[in-house]
Design a protein around this ligand. Sequence first.
Ligand SMILES: *Cc1c(COP(=O)(O)O)cnc(C)c1O
Length: 399
Amino acid sequence: MNASDMTAFETTLHHRLEQQKAAGRYRQRRSQCDAGVRTRIDGRDMLTFCSNDYLGLATHPRVVEALCDGARRHGAGGGASHLVNGHQEIHDRLEAHLAQWTGRERALLFSSGYQANLGVISALMSRGGHVVHDRLNHASLLDGTRQSGARLHRFDHGDVSMATQILAELSPESSRLLVSDGVFSMDGDSADIAALAVLAQRHDVPLMIDDAHGLGVLGASGAGTLEAQNVGADRVPILVGTLGKALGTQGAFVAGSHTLIEALIQFARPFVYTTSLSPALAAATLAALDIVQTEPERRRHLHRLIQRFRQELTGLALPGITLMPSETPIQPLLIGGEQAAMALSERLHEEGILCTAIRPPTVPPGQSRLRVTLSAAHADADLDRLLCALERCCRTANS
Ligand SMILES: *Cc1c(COP(=O)(O)O)cnc(C)c1O
C-alpha cells in the first residue's frame, strides 16, 4: 500500500513495523500442514524440533477420535461462559481427573494458560500486595501481576537466597505471593521447588507453580515437576497446568483447595468473562490424560532421546553453540547473537529441519538460541538427522 493511502493510525503502525524490521525483530508465522513432527511447509517435507507437543498426543488417533466423538456428543463449542450455560458434565469429569492426577481437592478449567495465570494472580492480589517472581518466569505471570496492581519483585534465576532477601524485606501484614515456573520455558531447567516451598512456609506466603512444561513429561506418573522432585501437593497450594503442551490439546487448569477454586470461580475475570473450554476439547483431553497415565513407555522413550541428544551433541563439540543444562525435552542451544541464531535456524531449514530461533525480547540480549525440543513422536532416526544437520551447519558456518 502507498504510504499516502494510509489513515493516521495505520501510518503510526507502519512506522512501528518499520522500526521492528530495522531492529531485525520482525516476526512471521509459517504455515505447516499439520501438527506432526513430520510435516510439510510450502510443499516441502520438514522434520520439526520446536513443538511443545512432547508426547506426540496432538495427532494421536485416540485423542483425535475422542475430539470428534466429543463434538458429536456435546458440541463443538460450549456456547456460553461456564457461569451461564457453557459448563457441561464432561468439564466436571475432566476437572475431577486433573485434581486427582495432581493430588488436590479441586481443579478449574481455563481456556488457556495465559488466561489461567492472569486469572489466578489478579483474583488473589491487588494494589498494596507483592508478587515475588523468578526472573525467567513466563510472560503471562508478569502480565497477571501488572494487571492485579500488586508490586512486581524479581529474583535472579534460581537464586533462592535473593528470593529470601526480598521476602524478608516485605511486611508480613501485606498480601504476598511467591511464583515460579516449574520448568522454565526458554531454558528447560527446573525450579528447586522444595527450596521455594521451605521459603514460602517460613514467610507464610502461598507458593504458586506454573508447571506448563513439566506436566505429562516429568515424574514417574507424569504428574510433573513436583512428582519428579518428590514435593507434596500440600507444599504448593496453587498449581497451574496447561493442556496445550504434553497433553496435546488446548486450554489450562488451576488445581488446589476447594476454597481456592471457589474463589477463582467468583473473582477470576479471565474465567468469568469468556466462553467455556470446548466440550469436545475436554473429551479429547480426558483421552490424552488416560494415555499419559497408562503409557509410561512414551515418557521412557522421550527421556532416552533426551539423554542420547545430550551425550552425542556433547561428543560433537560443535563450534559456536553451547548446550544448556536441562533434563527436560527443552534442550536449548545457546548461540548468543540474534543474527547467528537466525542464520543457524535458516541453514537447518534448508536441510529440512524446523527449529526456530528464540531471540529478544523473549530472552535477554546476547542470549539468542535455538530452542530444540524433543518429542516421544521422534524416532531415533529423526534424532540422527538432527545431529548430522547440526554438525554440517555448524562446521560449514565456522570454516
Ligand atoms: C505455554 C505457557 C503458558 C501459556 O499457556 P497457553 O495455554 O499456551 O496459553 C503459561 N506458562 C508457561 C510456563 C508456559 O510455558
